[in-house]
Design a protein. Structure first.
Length: 130
């Protein structure tokens, strides 16, 4: 069974100002940092969008952008002593770009006056001495 790609037409969500530049699109940043921003947007009206910059794989950039930055996060655990399962549509990622192939676009994001935060969780594969 093939599921349709998520997109902002299928599930309308607001476009948000690009306030956060994030280096890396791995599981930790998606499952923790981006989720925290998502919750802040929903509960505190933070209204922050994230631009994900990837240095290793053009495939990751394509995957983010094909779904317009949307992805599903499943939280499982114990809440108030009972098993809990929560499905979240994370919508704070606005787009992704490649530092290698879209360097000027990356610099343009870094120069935006609206930029407030930089997140980084780059592994040794993403850091190259040139």
């Amino acid at each position: 069974m093939s599921l349709p790609l998520l997109n902002r037409g299928l599930k309308p969500v607001p476009a948000r100002p690009e306030r956060i530049l994030q280096f890396g699109g791995g599981n930790f940043l998606r499952g923790f940092a981006d989720w925290v921003v998502h919750v802040m947007n929903e509960k505190l009206d933070y209204n922050a969008g994230i631009v994900v910059v990837q240095s290793v794989s053009q495939n990751g950039v394509r995957q983010y952008n094909e779904q317009e930055g949307l992805y599903t996060l499943l939280l499982t655990g114990i809440r108030e002593g009972k098993a809990s399962r929560q499905i979240n549509l994370i919508d704070c990622v606005q787009r992704s770009l490649s530092a290698k192939y879209d360097f000027e676009a990356f610099l343009a994001v870094a120069r935006q006056e609206s930029l407030q935060l930089v997140f980084s969780n780059t592994t040794e594969n993403g850091i190259v001495l040139d």
